[in-house]
Each structure stands twice: as structure tokens, then as C-alpha cells.
Design a protein around this ligand. Structure first.
Ligand code: ADP
Ligand code: G6P
Length: 735
């Protein structure tokens, strides 16, 4: 894949202007922190807003900003004060943010905000289009730019577009509240690949697509006219090693080099060794459940007075969206609550809550993560929550406990945390007690599991999985368009047919020569098909083989009297004309080392699944996983294996909540090859409709004309849409 450009509302660096000096400061928030670690790998640009209004910038300054950002491969989209007010504060943060976080009571339905949202999305799309060069890919991020995928796709249909939503996607019953819900979905569907943090968000998205647009969805694919859109869950990770390394470095520093914050923390512990610290870090956002956290801490001190004087809550609230009314109110509420707790439980030597309303440098963040015994992460809704993962990565001594809201996407990956309902104040208070008194052995046991998992699926793995899927999409869309049979291709097939001295025709049955019936035994060949085959059989140069997954009995009966060969049960049995049935076989396990890593990726991405290894097979078990997600993944796995394993002579079997890949030596491809072995066929035609036919498409020589029925991704050279077109093609050959 060539360059990938990132498009997001906020750039990874925001501009800080001081006495005409331009400083770049790292932007906060999960999107910026996560992507900052990876975007340079993609050799593209990051297009976004540098965080200040364009009204205050004259041309000279704008040029200097541009230059400074360009050094970081960033390109800015400038927004005026008015645009910031209506699009950023407005539709993004007063309409979509509360809607998607289930704060329906906060939603602003002002059409003027919507209009600005459309216009500013267009600005971002235009800037991306300007930056794009032939072969480039685009990865758009988050809720502020939901319309951009479609805006780009409609102008440049050939560009591969990925979209990732960093916040929750709400259930349809919530989304439908919004007058512009359909436009938002339509905007997202401009992407070729749409990613969410969790399967639940993906499921909600599908139900909205089904309800609002009526598109057909099969497994994780949405079929729109001549496009396929893949939707999947990619739980975002963090730059694990960066946090781990920073945490170890800090501990090795001599005292005089430590930050003021760190010296304060050490003094605190020196005062009394049995003192404990609880950490709370978020942007100051109503979705983060900060007031409940403070109430729960107060309840804890009230219920367990033995901890008064010994436990301090360090609360870091990063200023965010400070011009939006609900954020202003929240700030007041939090400050009041902090005051109440400190007033009620504090004394001259003891401040129960240390409250910071500011952004902190990375080092201080690490100092806090690594010094605090408990992390209290209690959002009422959160797409993912990277703070929880960062805390885990920074615990170099493998102790520490996380209290985690079940409403955060991250809870799906952190079963070892103490999981709470963020509205249950009593439960949180009790969990604080449990966390503070948890034996070190138990802390370590839980932390080791958490660290292993979060280290494995880090931000690099997350982004590479997304990008891998994106490049697969590029192939899928290209092959969808490129492979349809047209007149030129048909002429070529026809002339090869005419010039041939001996022809092999491999024809799958169900879905290829005849349509599917509800009851398989009703799919007998009709008169038209009989006549078509008779006509083909008349030509002595034609060797016709029906190659099918069906059993021997029905096909033998149905084609009695025809001059054709049969290969059935996907190649297990074959019967040449006027001969007896014969069985094929062949066994090896050399393929395992190349297939196992594929299964492992699926284990990583699908919590609750595992691999079982047998002598001649690998089995992926998904009984314990979330059922709907596992079914989707099972289909994706089958699809991926189908394109991967044709060279290895393998078979995929679908059992009860398992997918088994086994040594085959038996499939339609092998069977077809055996059929043509030692024969001088100078024309080969193979037609089939499903994944079992892919073996045939791959195994047959390059000169073969292979045709897939249906628009799905295929190894065949050509595609046709329907059984009737297959019949037309065969009929044309006989003329
Ligand atoms: P959100 O994306 O909603 O803000 P996350 O928890 O997913 O929530 O991400 C927050 C990110 O912002 C984390 O990567 C965290 O390290 C960073 N961050 C949080 N607080 C600060 C702070 N005070 N200074 C610098 N970065 C911060
Ligand atoms: C969340 C959103 C990001 C956003 C960040 C900070 O993480 O998903 O898109 O950038 O919050 O919010 P802000 O409004 O300051 O960009």
C-alpha cells in the first residue's frame, strides 16, 4: 500500500502562540495520543485543525504555522471563530457527542449547527482531495468528520477510505432521535472499511444501517450496489513500551532530577508509609463520571472511616471544550464536590482530594500512574478509555488495582479489573475498599494477565490490523470492478474455445448451473439445463465435469444419460464417464506453521477464543466468545483461510462453535488437477459460486478461464452476476 493520509478534526499537535513564538504542544485525547505514535509510518500527511481560530492569524503567521506543522507532516484546516462555535462546539460537541454518549437531554437540535457541520466537513474533504495523489489511501477519524468519507468517495470513487470511530456508536433507538441520522450513516458509508472499538458499537451500527438504509448485510459486509463495505471491531491499544520504559526510567532517576510533582509524592509517602493514593485522570467531560467518582470516594470515607487520613484521591481533570455550557457546569459541579469532600473529611494535615485542573507533561502523567495504588476509571460512557491501559503499562512492579466502569469499551478487554457500574455509588465505594486491601499476590496475578494482553494488542498492532484490512479492501473493491465479464473477454473465451483441440469444462452445480432451492433435493436440473448440456456434449472435443459438494446419489441419478464426468463431495469421489466411482487421498501437516499465525490473530481480536492443535488439524474454538461477534469472526476467518490455504491442500470444516483447518489433499482444486493430469487440454473453463470453488480457481493452470458467480472477492479471473448469465455463456460457446 502506498501513502496513507490521516484526517481528523484535531491535529496531534496544537499551536500555542506566545509572544509571536509558535510552539507545538501534544494534543490530549485518545485519538491524538494513540495515532501520534504510528502515523509517520504511513508516509502520508495528517490533515486537521491546529486548535486556534483563523481570525487571529494573519497571512505571515499562517505561513509560519504551516511550515512548523509541515515539519511534523501535518497540514492544517483553518477554522474561523464562527466555524469553531457552530461546527466544533456546536454540532460536534453539543449534538453528536451527547447523542452518541447517551446524554439525550444535552442534545442541541439546531439546524444552523447542522449546516455548519456539513460545510466544515466539506472543507476537510476538499483539503484531503487536494493532498491526495494517485494510489494514496485515506484514514478518517472520529465523530467530527462523519460526512467526510462520502464526500471524498463521491468525488474520487477509486480511493480506498478507512473510517474509525473513537467514541461509542449508540443503539438505533438513540440514534433515531436525531433529525440528520440518515445523512450521518450515509456519510460513514462512503468508507470502504469502518472500524469501532467494540463489537457492540459495530452491532448498533449494523442495526442503524439496516433500519435506515435497508442495505443487505451479510456477516460483517454491507453490500451497496457495486461496492462492499467491511465493518469490524478493532479495540485501540496504547504505545505500551513507551509507557513501560518511561515508568522504569523515572524510578532510576536521582532525587535531584525528579520533578516537583514526584518529590511531592515521595514526601507524602515518607510522611506515613501506610498512606495510599488513588488516581483519577480524564479530560473534564460529563461522559467520564467524575461527580459520581467523588461521591463514591466520599461514601467510602464515610463507610470505612479507618481510611480517613490515610487515603488520598489525586484527581487530574484536563480542561476540555471549556466554551460548551455543559462542560462549564460540570467544572462548577466538580469543584463544589471536591470542596465538599475536603471540607467534610480533611484537616490541616490531610487533604482527601488533590485536584488539578490542567494538562500535564507526559512525565508527570507517568509519575502519577506509577505512584498510585489504585486507578479509578468510572466513565458513564466511554468509547474505549486509554487511561486504564496506560495505568497498566506503567506498573513496572506489577502491583496496583484498577476499578473500571463496565460502560467503557476497555472493560471488554480487562476482565481482571474490579468492574463496577458507574451509577452505583455503593458498589464503587466498596470496590475502593476491596482494591486498597487486596493482597499483593492477587494484585500481581491480575496485573500480569492485564499487562500481557495490553502489551500484545498495542497501538501498533491495532493500527496495523486496521491498515491490513484496509489494503485487503483495496483488493476487494478493485476485483469487484475489474473482473466482470464484458464483450471483449467473452470474445477471447469464445475464440480460445473455437481454436482448442481438447476442452475441459468444470462446472459447479448449485448456484452455478442452477439456482438455490430451499430444499436441496428440489434442485433437479430443469429442461433448459438438460438441453444446454446435451448440446455441449455433442461436441466430441468437450470433456464436461460437474464438480460439486453434493453426494454421489443425486447427481448420478439426475445426470443419467449425459456424457459427463462427476466429481462430488468436494473432490472425495470421482466418476469418469462409463467408469466406477473412485476415492482420492493425500496427507501432510507441513502447512501448520503458516496457518497458525492467522488463527492467532483471530484469538487476539476475539476475546474468549482459543486454538487447539491436533496431529493433522488446527481448531479455532469460539464457544466461550460473545456469540454474535464470534459468528462474524468465524465467517471472516473462513474467508481469509479460503484465500490463504489453497496452496496447502487444506480443508476448512465448520463444526459446532469451532472451525477446523485440516490436511485435505482433497478439494475441488486437487480433484480438477487430477482430472486434467497427463491430458492435453488446451482450453479449460471452470465456473463456480462459493468458497469451495476457490480451490479450483487457484489450482488450475493460469491459462484456464475461471469464472465466479457473484460479486464477492475471488481468485477467479472473471465474475458474472447470475446463473442465467452462466447459462448464456455456455450457450454462446456452442454456437
Ligand atoms: P478521551 O479520548 O475521551 O480523552 P482516553 O482515556 O481514551 O479518553 O484518552 C485520554 C488520553 O489523553 C490518554 O492517552 C492520556 O494519556 C492523555 N491525557 C490525559 N490526561 C492528560 C494530561 N493531563 N496531560 C496530558 N495528557 C493527558
Ligand atoms: C476524544 C475524541 C477525540 C478528541 C478528544 C479530545 O478522545 O474521541 O476526537 O480529539 O476527545 O477532545 P477535543 O475536543 O479537545 O479534540
Amino acid at each position: 500500500m502506498n501513502r496513507i493520509h490521516i484526517v481528523s478534526n484535531r491535529l496531534p499537535f496544537s499551536i500555542n502562540l506566545k509572544d509571536d513564538q509558535i510552539d507545538l504542544i501534544p494534543s490530549v485525547g485518545g485519538l491524538a495520543t494513540g495515532m501520534r505514535s504510528v502515523y509517520k509510518e504511513y508516509n502520508g500527511k495528517w490533515i486537521g485543525w491546529p486548535g486556534l481560530p483563523s481570525d487571529d492569524i494573519d497571512d505571515g503567521l499562517a505561513d509560519r504555522i504551516e511550515k512548523k506543522l509541515f515539519e511534523e507532516d501535518c497540514i492544517s484546516v483553518h477554522l474561523s471563530k464562527r466555524e469553531i462555535e457552530l461546527y466544533y462546539d456546536g454540532f460536534s460537541n453539543r449534538t453528536i457527542w451527547p447523542l452518541f454518549h447517551y446524554f439525550a437531554q444535552y442534545i442541541d437540535y439546531d439546524p444552523e449547527l447542522w449546516e455548519a457541520f456539513v460545510n466544515v466537513n466539506k472543507k476537510f474533504a476538499d483539503k484531503a482531495l487536494e493532498t491526495l495523489e494517485e494510489g494514496d489511501t485515506i484514514w478518517i477519524h472520529d465523530y467530527q468528520l462523519l460526512l467526510v468519507p462520502e464526500m471524498i468517495k463521491s468525488k474520487k470513487p477509486g480511493v480506498t477510505i478507512g473510517f474509525f470511530l473513537h467514541i461509542p456508536f449508540p443503539s438505533f433507538e438513540v440514534l433515531r432521535i436525531l433529525p440528520w441520522r440518515k445523512e450521518l450513516i450515509q456519510g460513514m458509508l462512503g468508507a470502504d472499511l469502518i472500524g469501532f472499538h467494540t463489537y457492540d458499537y459495530q452491532r448498533h451500527f449494523f442495526s442503524s444501517v439496516r433500519r435506515l438504509m435497508g442495505y443487505e448485510i451479510s456477516f460483517n459486509q454491507i453490500q451497496i450496489e457495486d461496492r462492499i463495505i467491511i465493518v469490524d471491531a478493532f479495540p485501540m491499544g496504547i504505545d505500551y513500551d513507551k509507557f513501560k520504559k518511561a515508568a522504569s526510567d523515572i524510578f532510576q532517576k536521582p532525587l535531584q532530577e525528579k520533578s516537583k510533582l514526584h518529590r511531592e509524592l515521595e514526601k507524602y509517602f515518607l510522611l506515613s508509609p501506610d498512606r495510599k493514593l488513588i488516581l483519577s485522570i480524564d479530560r473534564l467531560d460529563y461522559s467520564k463520571g467524575i461527580p459520581n467518582r467523588l461521591k463514591a470516594f466520599a461514601k467510602f470515607l464515610k463507610d470505612y472511616p479507618e481510611f480517613v487520613g490515610k487515603v488520598t484521591l489525586i484527581m487530574l481533570a484536563v480542561p476540555s471544550r471549556g466554551t460548551v455550557e455543559h462542560y462549564i457546569n460540570l467544572k462548577k459541579e466538580v469543584e463544589e464536590l471536591v470542596g465538599n469532600v475536603n471540607g467534610q473529611f480533611g484537616n490541616i494535615n490531610y487533604t482527601p482530594v488533590w485536584y488539578f485542573y490542567r494538562s500535564m507533561p507526559f512525565e508527570s502523567l507517568i509519575e502519577l500512574y506509577s505512584s498510585c495504588d489504585v486507578a479509578l476509571v468510572t466513565p458513564v460512557r466511554d468509547g474505549m478509555n486509554l487511561v486504564a491501559k496506560e495505568y497498566v503499562a506503567s506498573r513496572t512492579n506489577r502491583t496496583g488495582v484498577i476499578i473500571l466502569s463496565e460502560m467503557a469499551g476497555v472493560a471488554k478487554e480487562m476482565g481482571e479489573a474490579l468492574i463496577i457500574n458507574p451509577n452505583n455509588i455503593n458498589e464503587i465505594a466498596d470496590s475502593i475498599k476491596q482494591a486498597l486491601t487486596m493482597p499483593l499476590d492477587e494484585q500481581r496475578e491480575r496485573m500480569i494477565f492485564l499487562q500481557d494482553r495490553i502489551k500484545r494488542y498495542d497501538v501498533f498492532k491495532w493500527s496495523s490490523e486496521f491498515v491490513k484490512s484496509l489494503s485487503r479492501m483495496e483488493n476487494i473493491q478493485n476485483s469487484l470492478h475489474a473482473k466482470r465479464i464484458n464483450n471483449t473477454i467473452m470474445d477471447k473465451i469464445q475464440s480460445d474455445y473455437q481454436n482448442a483441440k481438447m476442452r475441459a469444462l468444470f462446472l459447479d452445480y448449485d448456484g452455478t448451473l442452477t439456482g438455490f432451492k430451499k430444499n436441496p433435493s428440489d434442485a433437479k436440473p430443469d429442461e433448459e439445463l438438460h438441453q444446454l448440456l446435451y448440446k455441449l456434449e455433442e461436441d466430441p472435443l468437450n470433456v464436461i465435469t460437474i464438480i460439486s459438494g453434493r453426494d454421489r446419489a443425486s447427481l448420478e441419478t439426475w445426470f443419467k444419460g449425459h456424457k459427463i464426468n462427476l466429481i462430488v463431495e468436494h473432490g472425495v469421489w470421482s466418476k469418469k464417464l462409463n467408469r466406477e466411482w473412485k476415492m482420492l487421498s493425500n496427507v501432510t501437516d507441513a502447512w501448520k506453521s503458516s496457518i497458525k499465525p492467522i488463527l492467532e490473530t483471530f484469538v487476539d481480536r476475539t476475546p474468549g477464543t482459543f486454538i487447539e492443535e491436533k496431529n493433522y488439524s488446527l481448531v479455532w474454538h469460539f464457544r466461550k466468545a460473545e456469540p454474535e461477534q464470534a459468528d462474524l469472526r468465524a465467517n471472516e476467518l473462513k474467508d481469509e483461510l479460503t484465500t490463504m490455504i489453497a496452496n496447502h491442500n487444506l480443508e476448512i470444516l465448520e463444526g459446532n462453535k469451532v472451525i477446523e483447518v485440516k490436511t485435505g489433499g482433497i478439494n475441488k482444486g486437487i480433484a480438477a488437477l487430477q482430472f486434467i493430469k497427463n491430458k492435453d487440454f488446451d482450453f479449460i473453463l471452470a465456473v463456480g459460486d462459493d468458497w469451495t470453488d476457490e480451490y479450483m480457481f487457484r489450482e488450475l493452470p493460469d491459462t484456464a478461464h475461471t469464472i465466479k458467480v457473484g460479486l464477492k472477492h475471488t481468485a477467479a479471473k472473471y465474475k458474472v452476476e447470475s446463473v442465467s448469465i452462466v447459462r448464456n455463456i455456455l450457450a454462446e460457446l456452442t454456437q
